[in-house]
Design a protein around this ligand. Structure first.
Ligand SMILES: [Mn+2]
Length: 352
């Protein structure tokens, strides 16, 4: 269904939607701006932007959205909305301070509505061809950077240097910015799933976990690889192969109509059977798109079924405090009979 129409369906006759978050504005209008007001009424969809964006907005916006320059948003919005509209429906992420500001600015009641959130999240979770193409391009940028960085990693370099190289090389490949704070953790620190890279020096016998992504046209990628420096002990290899098998088992469970919890459990059971169940401390994955984490959450608690063209990550891990951690993360597009793995980088253990 048309995205604007889907929002319209949620509105009563006295209501308009005010889309104020940059991500939802981009999703619904086709245009990204840091500031802007997208009003959706029963009959119209108007994006108000200021002079910094007007030229680009006119070129970039979807054809079912009208662009207007605002100089005094309060006056112009009141004129556009008229007296019939007395309520503006907004996403529930709105800050309390903004409710007051908007009420004053627009002279309407502000109504945060979780139905609007739900509708947008569920629409966004199923990608169209263009969106999959953008995510794939972002992923290619990240992979290119990964392959290049393998040549940079050696004993003596620091985590933050590896993170900087990854981010720099993704940017050179065309990424707008890192998808999220790049994670590079090594040795004992690799047992922290979301550890922060610092000046820790990489040593022989370290695992290095790198979790990173690129952004193309607003769409994110997300991948994780764990590599060993110099050598990997038997225990390191055992844990690595367990995580790899968990990753592959989860992939086998992905297809349209499959229960999402079964994808998580496919990975979780492999890890449990190897005796590491308690050390897999997060969900198997999540949706990826205009944000790095979106619906669906690939968790054993998720009772929903997978839909074709959802893009999800598969990222099991084992984290042994005081020793090391391993995570292997790919992105998959759900298809009728299985999935397409968007992540082409090698998954078997790389020892540098
Ligand atoms: Mn992820």
């Amino acid at each position: 269904m048309n995205r604007i129409e889907a929002v319209r369906k949620l509105l009563s006759n006295n209501e308009a939607a005010l889309i104020f978050t940059p991500v939802s504005r981009l999703y619904l209008s086709g245009f990204h701006s840091s500031l802007g007001y997208l009003f959706i009424t029963k009959g119209e969809a108007v994006l108000f932007v200021d002079g910094r964006y007007i030229e680009a907005a006119k070129k970039g916006v979807n054809e079912n959205v009208e662009v207007r320059l605002f100089t005094n948003i309060s006056e112009q919005a009141k004129e556009f909305l008229g007296d019939k509209i007395d309520t503006l429906v907004v996403e529930t992420i709105i800050a309390v301070a903004n409710v007051t500001t908007f009420e004053k600015q627009f002279g309407k009641k502000i109504l945060p509505n979780s139905e609007l959130d739900k509708e947008l999240y569920s629409l966004r979770s199923v990608k169209n061809e263009y969106e999959i193409e953008c995510i794939t391009k972002a992923q290619r940028m990240a992979e290119k950077a990964f392959l290049e960085v393998l040549n940079f990693i050696r004993e003596g370099v620091t985590e933050i240097q590896i993170a900087a190289e990854l981010e720099y090389r993704m940017k050179l490949a065309g990424s707008k910015a890192p998808s999220f704070g790049t994670i590079v953790v090594s040795g004992e620190k690799s047992s922290m799933p979301h550890g922060v890279p610092d000046d820790k020096v990489v040593r022989a016998g370290d695992f290095i976990t790198m979790d990173f992504g690129a952004i193309y046209k607003g769409y994110h990628s997300d991948m994780t690889r764990t590599v060993a420096v110099g050598y990997a002990t038997d225990e390191m290899q055992k844990v690595y192969n367990t995580v790899l098998n968990a990753n592959l088992s989860a992939f086998d469970a992905v297809r349209e109509g499959a229960f999402i919890k079964d994808v998580d459990l496919a990975a979780r059971n492999v890890i449990k059977q190897a005796g590491y169940g308690e050390f897999f401390t997060h969900s198997t994955g999540h949706g990826v798109g205009l944000e790095n984490h979106e619906t669906p959450t690939v968790s054993y608690k998720n009772e929903n079924k997978l839909l074709s063209n959802q893009v999800i990550t598969i990222e099991p891990g084992i984290y042994l405090e005081g020793k090391f951690g391993v995570r292997i993360e790919d992105m998959a597009v759900v298809t009728k009979n299985g999935c397409n793995n968007l992540t082409k980088a090698e998954k078997s253990l790389i020892i540098i």
